[in-house]
Design a binder for this molecule. Structure first.
Ligand code: NAG
Ligand code: NAG
Length: 243
């Protein structure tokens, strides 16, 4: 991105943040704000309420009580900016990257499930629930955040994802939504300063493969996903996401 474009981009984002701060949540909608802030009054461990069903309409059971949101990004795709913007939406707090930490607990749970194949359904649900507890605690927003908004949806943005992690989300965090953030122009992405600093920077072709793989992972997850390429960052598009 050229310098002038970058300044313009930052200016537009600044405007959007200001607009969002004044927009506030809507009561009935399919976007993030209306669904995120709708489940108030349930404390740290909100049970599924009628309004809460908007976040994960097809989810049933205790595991659906907590809401999660994850940004699946391909790198140099504007994901930090996107995360900062999402964090302006009432009711949501996302952490930055964690070096694929979810993969650790996901891999461990997979091995426990395999080892306990003969155990009862109740035991299995207990395992899924206790893993959810760990992730929920782990994603507790910083206290300053709680000072100015009530957080009902927790999550993070990450560029490192694999099938094990997505399957873990399906099993243990079924009331989750994804934002898939990528770049349509992989040629420009491959020329980003970040990739230039790397010893073996991925070319446009490799980035294209990375993007396709991530897209397939998001599709296979079966979770509600909002597609947001960097090129489509715009005030109307973000309003559509935040609504
Ligand atoms: C995904 O990553 C985690 C942690 O790095 C690992 O334990 C797991 O085996 C990986 N799964 C796949 C399918 O590569
Ligand atoms: C990006 O924006 C263009 C033009 O508004 C639109 O046609 C396209 O569907 C969008 N792509 C995604 C993935 O949202």
């Amino acid at each position: 991105m050229g310098r002038v474009q970058l300044y313009l981009f930052v200016a537009v984002l600044g405007m959007m943040q200001v607009l969002l701060l004044f927009a506030g949540p809507r009561s009935k909608s399919d976007g993030l704000a209306g669904t995120a802030a709708s489940n108030t009054g349930h404390g740290q461990n909100p049970r599924q309420s009628k309004e809460g069903l908007q976040w994960c309409p097809d989810c049933r059971g205790e595991l659906c009580a907590r809401k999660f949101l994850f940004i699946v990004a391909t790198g140099r795709s504007g994901s930090s900016t996107l995360m900062n913007m999402v964090n302006q939406v009432p009711g949501i707090f996302l952490w930055g990257e964690n070096h694929g930490a979810l993969g650790g607990i996901a891999g461990m749970q997979e091995r426990f499930l395999k080892a306990g194949q003969d155990s009862s359904d109740a035991r299995r649900v207990e395992l899924l629930q206790s893993s959810q507890d760990v992730v929920w605690e782990w994603l507790t927003p910083p206290t300053f955040q709680n000072d100015w908004k009530r957080v009902e949806v927790r999550g993070f943005k990450e560029i490192r994802w694999n099938e094990t992690m997505v399957q873990f989300i399906r099993r243990s965090l079924p009331c989750s939504r994804l934002i898939f953030n990528f770049r349509l122009d992989v040629e420009a992405q491959s020329h980003s300063d970040f990739f230039k600093r790397k010893q073996r920077k991925p070319g446009a072709e490799a980035l294209s493969t990375i993007t396709d793989r991530a897209a397939a992972l998001v599709t296979r997850s079966g979770l509600p996903a909002f597609q947001l390429p960097l090129e489509n960052f715009s005030a109307p598009e973000f309003t559509r996401l935040a609504r």
